[in-house]
Design a protein around this ligand. Structure first.
Ligand code: ADP
Ligand code: ZN
Ligand code: ZN
Length: 758
């Protein structure tokens, strides 16, 4: 037997697959097997992408694999990984790396003992002590016993939530009041334990019932039979739509019935979309299939994942990005073996190794985190659509602020009202022209109402740090990053000024190095400064800050938890505070500098601004208490803001789609961004010109090259392809980049291709 192996190397020039002769020792090698193969003098890791009876090369010229690793990849995912490589103009190795078992090739992917944790439970004596008969208790010990009154809990949680630390639990154990046992649990679950529990299964509202019925009607009836990968039978490897059309047809024919058309659940904030997903997943499991649920970053929105764990227990694998490689491998293995049948996770969970997938949910489908930053710059929403189509599964995207692309392409199901019947909060737009300081008087008054009544507010300012930049009062010097053409942001707590693009940091200057002046001025306000201002204004209410700086110190989950637990208080931060959190008692939402995003030249600016304001507004006024929202802007007449204030997503989407159609933007055309960079400007500029000529030569419309600001010490030039024919555009860009990158005369240039840039 011949195995066609794609080597897992980053070298763009090395294009496989390469044929290997498989002897009897490795007889069970199939598509998706991960092999160690000899490659010239080296050994490489490679993935079998096809098996065949014979090779074009004579047998004596073929080497044999050295060994096969234990974990293998489902054939379906091999095809998906290679498709991603093609679709996003990357390499097969990088595409396949997305679908490999976590830790492959690093030696850390081996199965290890699952993580154990300590669980405490009340003894009979402990129950008596709690009732007041028995020994006197310290306050921590009492808090611990009280926390255990409802049932066993993890020792770590007792410390965190009840202040009963490990030592206190030990003393309780020594006094015979609690028993402590080691338990083993699935990794990934600890992060979402206890959050999102809002009482078990409940009656759906009539609107939820209707939505669910439509979704269930679209689900496949059951698993597809006649799966591929019989040894000896070549498996079609899907290339891009243009190149491997034949492969696609073959696989569709082999797999049988066509996939259901995708659905878009467009429901206002608080309309109970998660409950609908849960029921749909229940139905899929009952039909003998599996499900994938994509969510934005779990660290920020543990509630959704928590509800899935609460409902499905060990059937769920949580693919949390903060898991160790070993933990991720364990969850991967549970999905691969079928022990877990629902995968919940961020964008990479679209590659979860489940068999017979019947449903792929994309929750909060407008969220930018679905796009990967580095190569391959895939969009998990687009990959999910492809995977669903190939597997015959239903794709279900959901959001209160769906993307124009999804609205125009998917059938929509509406949830027009909140489950609790509460109205969406009134939104007031206030103009900041001429206002001193970061807060408008209307905002101050609204915050003061919250302070006096002891309620909760969320304040959004999409800019972290203390202030945006420093200037010298003597000579006008502006402090800039030595590596990037941007200003350095003051982080006062750390005593640093920092670049938000490359991470460069330096001490806060006390005088100007150019003129010696000590009068340095700070400009603009970020979340750090706003947080301090709010502590002063809102006293005695607690203020919790949530931005990339506090999250990096491990505080994201903690800030959210403490804000949720507090009776009253303020959550202040960047767009992280506008994610899908469900706090029932927030009565005020505030957005500062809401039109900041609109001042950037980006065709998605409108969409992003509308989503940000609508999502933040959606956090307010849930759970019976009336809410309100104040939005500060330089230009409160901006249409994205006016539509958001009116909760008019249909009006916004109609206007946005018309504008995009007129300009040929997605979904009416595809965009591809190519950035050439080099240390000196010349190589990148000449490479960009060469790309331009080749892409134009292929009759694909392309703009540029435009110089971009210097980033991480590199000069950059950008081309933008805007074409109605996506497949042709991708093919032309791939051909141009391959040719120009191979031409050494341009010097050392890095090429970054971004299909569907955000
Ligand atoms: P969305 O994701 O649409 O913003 P959620 O799914 O977070 O909304 O639901 C909002 C709140 O309503 C949650 O606290 C959820 O538990 C609750 N909820 C959902 N469905 C129902 C229902 N049928 N009856 C009562 N409460 C519900
Ligand atoms: Zn100066
Ligand atoms: Zn920098």
């Amino acid at each position: 037997m011949i195995a066609r192996v794609e080597p897992l190397t980053t070298a763009r020039a090395l294009r496989g697959p390469f044929d290997y002769r498989v002897g009897d020792a490795l007889a069970d090698v199939a598509v998706g097997s991960v092999l160690v193969v000899p490659f010239g003098p080296r050994r490489l890791l490679g993935v079998v992408v096809e098996v065949a009876e014979s090779s074009d090369l004579p047998p004596e010229r073929l080497a044999e694999p050295i060994e096969a690793l234990e974990a293998d990849v489902p054939a379906e995912l091999v095809r998906l990984g290679l498709w991603v490589a093609d679709e996003y103009v990357s390499t097969p190795a990088r595409g396949l790396a997305l679908v490999l078992p976590p830790g492959t090739g690093t030696g850390s992917g081996r199965r290890t003992r699952p993580r154990a944790s300590l669980t405490a439970e009340l003894t009979a004596a402990g129950r008596a002590a709690l009732a007041g008969d028995g020994p006197r208790l310290g306050s921590r010990q009492r808090a611990g016993l009280e926390a255990l009154a409802d049932g066993p809990a993890r020792v770590a949680d007792l410390g965190r939530l009840a202040g009963c630390d490990h030592a206190a639990v030990r003393r309780l154990e020594q006094r015979g009041l609690v028993s402590v046992a080691r338990t083993v649990e699935a990794p990934g679950r600890a992060a979402v334990r206890g959050v999102g529990a809002r009482g078990g299964v409940r009656e759906l509202t009539a609107a939820q019932e209707r939505a669910l019925a439509e979704i269930v009607a679209a689900l496949p009836a059951g698993p597809r039979r006649g799966r591929p990968a019989a040894p000896g039978g070549a498996v079609a490897v899907g290339g891009s739509d243009s190149r491997a059309g034949a492969g696609d047809t073959a696989s569709a024919a082999r797999e049988g019935a066509a996939a259901p058309a995708p659905l878009l659940l467009h429901g206002v904030t608080g309309s109970g979309k998660t409950e609908v997903y849960l029921r749909a997943v229940e139905e899929v499991l009952a039909r003998g299939m599996t499900a994938i649920v994509l969510v934005p970053e779990i660290g920020l929105t543990p509630q959704t994942a928590g509800r899935f764990v609460e409902r499905f227990g060990d059937t769920v694998a949580i693919l949390h990005s903060q898991l160790t490689v070993r933990e991720r491998y364990d969850e991967w293995a549970r999905l691969r073996s079928g022990a877990a049948r629902v995968a919940v996770g961020p964008r990479s969970a679209v590659f979860a190794p489940v068999q017979d997938v019947g449903l792929i949910v994309v929750d909060e489908e407008h969220d930018g985190s679905y796009k990967q930053d580095g190569d391959p710059r895939y969009d998990a929403r687009h990959v999910a659509e492809r995977r669903a189509r190939e597997a015959g599964a239903l794709l279900l995207a959901g959001s209160a602020t769906p993307r124009p692309e999804s609205v125009s392409r998917h059938r929509r199901i509406r949830l027009a009202e909140r489950v609790d019947g509460s109205a969406l909060p009134p939104v007031e737009l206030v103009a900041m022209a001429g206002v001193q300081g970061p807060l408008h008087q209307r905002t101050r008054d609204a915050l003061d109402d919250v302070r006096r009544t002891g309620e909760k507010a969320i304040v959004l300012l999409n800019r972290r740090g203390w202030s945006n930049f420093l200037t010298c009062g003597g000579c006008g010097r502006v402090w800039e990053c030595p590596n990037c053409d941007v200003t350095l942001v003051l982080h006062r707590g750390e005593g640093r000024i920092a670049c938000h693009h490359c991470g460069h940091r330096e001490r806060v200057p006390d005088r100007c190095p150019d003129c010696g002046s000590v009068s340095l001025a700070r400009h603009g306000v970020g979340t750090e400064q706003l947080g301090v201002e709010l502590i002063r204004l809102m006293d005695p209410l607690p203020v919790f800050r949530l931005d990339a700086d506090t999250a990096a110190r491990g505080g994201a989950g903690e800030a959210l938890e403490r804000f949720e637990a507090a009776a009253g208080g303020v959550l202040v931060g960047t767009q992280m505070v506008a994610k899908g959190h469900d706090f029932p008692d927030v009565t005020l939402g505030v957005v500062l500098d809401a039109d900041a995003t609109l001042r950037f030249p980006d065709f998605r600016a409108e969409e992003r601004t509308f989503a940000l304001v609508t999502q933040l507004a959606g956090r307010s006024g849930r759970g019976g208490r009336a809410g309100r929202v104040v939005v500060q802007a330089l230009d409160p007449e901006a249409s994205a803001l006016r539509f958001a204030a009116a909760h008019d997503s249909d009006g916004f989407l109609a206007g946005e789609l018309a504008r995009r159609e007129a300009l040929g933007y997605p979904p009416f055309g595809s965009l591809i961004r190519i950035v050439c960079s080099s240390e000196e400007p010349e190589p990148a500029a000449s490479a960009a010109e060469a790309l331009l000529a080749r892409i134009r030569g292929a009759a694909i419309p392309v703009l540029g090259p435009a110089p971009l600001f210097r980033l991480k010490g590199r000069e950059r030039f950008q081309l933008v392809v805007k074409a109605p024919d996506r497949a042709a555009a991708i093919a032309a860009v791939r051909a141009a980049v391959t040719a120009v990158a191979a031409d050494r005369s341009h010097g050392p240039v890095t090429y970054a291709v971004d299909v569907d840039p955000q």
